[in-house]
Design a binder for this molecule. Structure first.
Ligand SMILES: O=C(O)CCC(=O)C(=O)O
Ligand SMILES: [Fe+2]
Length: 246
């Protein structure tokens, strides 16, 4: 199966799908919670087609067995360029919406960096900084597998938001395996958030830091994400990270 040809005629473009969401509400949710869900970004058929790419090595530049690195249990593969059309389209269409949030966050956190309007311009910056390898990935989990809490930072240059799309249906394809975010606040105990997702839903979330409004201005919190242990079945996820890797 070839994801390049798998956009069904009449299926909305990535741009049109992204435009359907209420980005004011999503940005408010990202500001308040550090994450926001985009319901039904992909159809069940698209989810199955993308998950079916997993064994097709030609699509990927590398394969990571998580237990070998202490990352958890399960495996993933990083796509190679050129990305499948739908994936590249989603990354380019999501970026400008999230860049508005990212620029606002940086301003509130007192970070000087601002992100350009288009993903193409941001990728040029990554490449100029020596970060040239694509980071979108396909993850695969089986019974007992889990993903340790982590941050997807791959070099100096990092876009502060990323997206994960659940390709399998909870309850039918797998049990357990919840998407988890933790937030470490200065001088406070950590907060955990479990994000309920259905097949085709996407979660946008902070990669590492985000500002939280306190009584005396904004302070910075530190986030990590991961996946709790699968109790049964098989779970696939598509991860969209906006910065390239060194
Ligand atoms: O499998 C998941 O839900 C999380 C995947 C992940 O860590 C990522 O997309 O960066
Ligand atoms: Fe991740």
């Amino acid at each position: 199966m070839n994801a390049q040809t798998k956009i069904v005629p009449g299926a909305p473009s990535a741009e049109a799908r992204i435009a359907r969401y209420d980005w004011g509400a999503l940005a408010a949710e990202l500001d308040g919670q550090g994450c926001a869900v985009l319901d039904a970004l992909l159809t069940p058929e698209e989810c199955r087609d993308i998950a079916a790419l997993y064994p097709e090595e030609a699509h990927f530049r590398s394969h990571v067995v998580m237990a070998r690195h202490g990352f958890g249990r399960g495996e993933y593969r990083y796509f190679r360029y050129p990305l499948p059309k739908l994936l590249g389209g989603l990354r380019a269409a999501l970026y400008p919406r999230l860049a508005i949030v990212a620029n606002d966050w940086n301003q509130r956190m007192g970070i000087g960096q601002r992100y350009p309007e288009t993903h193409a311009a941001f990728i040029e910056q990554c490449h100029a900084a020596g970060q040239t390898r694509p980071t979108p990935l396909l993850l695969q989990y089986g019974p007992g597998d889990y993903n340790c809490l982590h941050q997807d930072l791959y070099g100096e240059l990092a876009f502060p938001l990323q997206v994960a799309i659940l390709l399998s249906e909870p309850g039918r394809d797998f049990t357990g395996g919840e998407f988890v975010l933790t937030e470490q606040r200065p001088r406070m105990q950590s907060r955990a958030e479990v994000v309920p997702l259905r097949q085709g839903d996407a979660v946008a979330f902070a990669v590492h830091n985000r500002p939280v409004q306190g009584t005396k201005g904004s302070y910075r919190v530190n986030l990590r994400h991961g996946v709790s242990r699968l109790r049964s079945g098989r779970r696939h996820t598509l991860g969209i990270i906006f910065h390239d890797a060194t």
